[in-house]
Design a protein around this ligand. Structure first.
Ligand code: ADP
Ligand code: MG
Length: 232
């Protein structure tokens, strides 16, 4: 496992700016986003659709580049890395949880959790042990060989949470993780999502429309006119 990677558990974002070119004008989505978080912190980003929440997560996830401003994860500016280095960095430092889980349908539960380590070759015994222990923590120890289609929506989302933690990332990004779930299932996923990243010392940033999830996290911010504002 990538245990020799230095991870200070810090995220620093300053002056992040991003616009998109529309047919005849620029859409300023993010104007000046600054925020710092450290290991164990959690932040909910709320706000109406179209305000740039997913855009911000994409930048934080190094999947897209800002027009201006700076991101440092574990004291490294990922945008200074070359493409191959950047993909290695992303794999080791950042975990992703999507609304529609993005599990691979032909792989079983444990194989899906192991996906992030495949970039480094065959999974080691350590990887298997960590995958099993994460699946235990999300309450799926008896589902290792199930295929995604044999699981409920909440179980699939919990597999995605286990997968996001496999490489021991410093930063976990979740885009509406409970968006497709009924109330009771959403509550179970919220509980796992509130506890597990903290236990593993990761920073969690979740975009959410769920008041329950937002209130379970340590900080809440709303994107207003391209800036992060405190939620009153
Ligand atoms: P949210 O996640 O808060 O709903 P998004 O970040 O998805 O908002 O989108 C913010 C704004 O940026 C929207 O007006 C959207 O249409 C626009 N946008 C997002 N991605 C692109 C893109 N790749 N090209 C052009 N416009 C985009
Ligand atoms: Mg969105």
């Amino acid at each position: 496992m990538n245990m020799n990677v230095s991870k200070s558990g810090q995220l620093e974002v300053s002056g992040l700016t991003k616009s998109y070119q529309s047919v005849d004008h620029l859409i300023d989505v993010l104007r000046d986003v600054s925020h710092s978080l450290t290991s164990g912190d959690s932040l909910a980003i709320v706000g109406p659709s179209g305000t740039g929440k997913s855009t911000l997560l994409h930048l934080l996830g190094t999947l897209d580049r800002p027009d201006a401003g700076k991101i440092q994860i574990d004291n490294i500016d990922p945008f200074e890395l070359e493409e191959l280095e950047l993909s290695k960095f992303r794999n080791a430092h950042i975990g992703f949880i999507f609304q529609d889980h993005h599990l691979l349908p032909h792989l079983n539960v444990i194989e899906n959790v192991l996906i992030p380590c495949l970039a480094h070759g065959k999974p080691t015994t350590d990887h298997y042990d960590r995958a099993k222990s994460l699946l235990d923590s999300v309450g799926l120890s008896d589902r290792f060989s199930h295929l995604p289609k044999q699981l409920s929506g909440g179980e699939r989302e919990r597999v995605a949470i286990a997968r996001a933690l496999l490489m021991n990332p410093s930063l976990i990004l979740a885009d509406e993780p409970t968006g497709n779930l009924d109330r009771k299932t959403a509550d179970q996923v919220t509980e796992v999502l509130t506890e597990l990243p903290k236990q593993h010392g990761a920073i969690l940033i979740a975009v959410t429309h769920s008041q329950t999830l937002a209130e379970s996290l340590q900080q809440r911010k709303e994107l207003v006119d391209g800036e992060l504002h405190a939620v009153i």
